[in-house]
Ligand binder design. Structure first.
Ligand SMILES: NC(=O)c1ccc[n+]([C@@H]2O[C@H](COP(=O)([O-])OP(=O)(O)OC[C@H]3O[C@@H](n4cnc5c(N)ncnc54)[C@H](OP(=O)(O)O)[C@@H]3O)[C@@H](O)[C@H]2O)c1
Length: 296
């Protein structure tokens, strides 16, 4: 694929704009940061691993000597750290916030906040950041881009177990969290195209490399051939920066949400009653978090 040609046609310069990216050190995140640097954006990388983030920024600066990039260390499992990051981001005059970090098949436990860690990484923390940053981003004419997943479609919510803590399958907990993220944001942004929800398609990264070692050794190469590269997957997020999504619209690869260049499409995977429940629960979660003071 000719990336330069696609970028010329679908984007413009981001010179003077500041873009905060969570999960910048991940498979899709690194490629996204490369594109953003190419477009002249200033980067703020929201990563949990200081060394990894530093190395990624150093590598980018070799390729793009004029790049302005910094990072904020934040583990999305730690709600106090997320609150501090939100405060720092408000001071940094962020134009675009990319909620890209995610985790799938990781050991499960309760975070200090009381939420399941997969639920918190994929939904509670990014939702909180979106709400905190929204007024400033809106006033700057920027956008919040939430990275969702097709997996949201396989996990209808359970109001008796909102975080799916009684569910064993990681795929369901992850899908439930992405469902909350997607429909809580539609509810909060209410057709305001300051929001964009994207699905990057399926691509081989750490998040998809969760199989037992032996099986993964066999399927790794076919997966690389069958699915898109993380670089191509990152284009959906780039497209989301330049194109807002109204309620129940999202941006994903054009062929079955798995392959191809980005396209905006209608999302009919949640009925209004469930969407309303998600919004009510999300408001309560946000209010509970904002009420608690940062402890350290
Ligand atoms: N790959 C796919 O097929 C696919 C499909 C649908 C949706 N997505 C979504 O795309 C996004 C990017 O995923 P990816 O494929 O690039 O996966 P990845 O390579 O595993 O990257 C995930 C990123 O999230 C970060 N992260 C995980 N847990 C975190 C935590 N507790 N605190 C802070 N950061 C944390 C990781 O940090 P470290 O680098 O420190 O590990 C990494 O940078 C995710 O939201 C994912 O759900 C991916």
């Amino acid at each position: 694929m000719n990336y330069n040609k696609w970028l010329c046609k679908n984007t413009h310069s981001l010179k003077g704009k500041t873009v905060a990216v969570s999960g910048a050190t991940g498979g899709i995140g690194k490629n996204l940061c490369d594109f953003l640097s190419m477009l002249g954006a200033n980067l703020v990388c929201l990563d949990r691993n200081f060394q990894k983030s530093n190395k990624m920024i150093a590598d980018l600066k070799v390729k793009y000597p004029n790049l302005s990039a910094t990072h904020i260390t934040v583990d999305l499992e730690d709600i106090d750290a997320v609150k501090k990051a939100a405060t720092q981001l408000k001071e940094l005059k962020i134009d675009y916030l990319i909620l890209n970090a995610g985790a799938y098949k990781i050991p499960r436990h309760k975070c200090d906040s009381g939420y399941d860690n997969v639920f918190q990484i994929n939904y509670v923390s990014p939702y909180y950041l979106a709400r905190e940053l929204y007024p400033k981003i809106k006033s700057r004419g920027g956008r919040v881009v939430a990275v969702s997943s097709i997996a949201h479609n396989y996990s209808k919510i359970d109001t008796n177990d909102i975080e799916f803590s009684n569910v064993v399958a990681s795929s369901k907990v992850y899908g439930n969290a992405k469902r909350f993220l997607t429909f809580s944001l539609y509810g909060f942004f209410k057709n305001d195209e300051t929001l964009s929800v994207v699905h990057p398609g399926i691509t081989l990264t750490n998040i998809t490399a969760h199989y037992p070692k032996f099986i993964f050794a066999i399927i790794k190469h076919p997966m690389k051939i069958i699915f898109m590269s993380p670089r191509k997957a990152a284009l959906c997020i780039i497209y989301g920066i330049f194109n807002g999504a109204k309620t129940n619209e999202w941006i994903g690869p054009r062929l079955f949400n798995i392959w191809g260049i980005p396209k905006k499409r209608r999302l009919n995977s949640c009925d209004p009653c469930e969407a309303k429940q998600i919004c009510e629960i999300s408001d309560k979660i946000y209010n509970d978090i904002t009420k608690e003071t940062v402890t350290n």
